[in-house]
Design a protein around this ligand. Structure first.
Ligand SMILES: Cc1cc2nc3c(=O)[nH]c(=O)nc-3n(C[C@H](O)[C@H](O)[C@H](O)COP(=O)(O)OP(=O)(O)OC[C@H]3O[C@@H](n4cnc5c(N)ncnc54)[C@H](O)[C@@H]3O)c2cc1C
Length: 157
């Protein structure tokens, strides 16, 4: 089995599109890491996240807004020889992106971010009422760097 590194933006985007959750890594100023599973939307190199207005993540991001976000497609177990442990591998593709969180405050842009987010999960339009839009915190993360790897690829490919 081998690993492939992808730099084609279409492949990278297809990996992100195939995921239903991402893992948002943060670092507090004393170095304590904090990683949260979160739903997300993605458009043109920008990740959109939503949360409540307060919590540990928001406190950390106030001190350090830099994040590392990992996306991973559903892993498929694969092997070359069922009796050989080291021939087992996990077939999966993942993307890691880095960026800085800012918060969207404009109600129409918040609605737009929620649309991008829901597009990841459902192929329909939703209505967002004013209180819901007001109460939600929208994180905007333009990714400044991305890497993509594919694991468990049969040798010969
Ligand atoms: C698949 C999935 C998707 C999610 N999508 C979203 C999303 O889109 N938006 C969103 O706001 N939240 C989402 N969550 C929940 C998210 O992971 C956090 O629990 C939530 O955002 C609160 O984070 P916080 O830092 O404000 O925690 P706080 O409420 O401040 O948490 C207090 C303490 O609880 C613990 N804790 C917090 N979150 C978790 C966790 N996930 N697992 C274990 N312990 C935890 C930590 O020790 C933390 O110190 C999702 C969770 C899952 C499993």
């Amino acid at each position: 089995m081998k690993k492939l590194i992808h730099s084609d933006p279409e492949i990278i985007e297809s990996v992100i599109r195939a995921c239903s959750v991402c893992f948002v890594g943060m670092a507090d100023t004393d170095g304590t890491p904090y990683v949260l599973p979160m739903s997300f939307g993605y458009r043109d190199g920008v990740v959109y996240l939503h949360s409540s207005q307060e919590g540990r993540s928001i406190s950390i991001l106030e001190r350090n807004p830099r994040v590392c976000i990992t996306f991973c497609t559903d892993p498929q177990l694969t092997f070359q020889h069922p009796e050989v442990a080291c021939s087992y591998s996990v077939r999966s593709r993942s993307v890691i992106g880095w960026g800085i969180v800012t918060y969207e405050e404009d109600p129409e842009k918040k609605r737009d971010a929620l649309k991008v987010l829901m597009r990841q999960y459902a192929d329909q339009n939703f209505h967002y009422n004013d209180p819901a839009v007001r109460n939600v915190k929208i994180w905007v993360v333009p990714l400044t760097e991305m890497t993509c790897k594919e694991f468990g690829v049969q040798s010969g490919r």
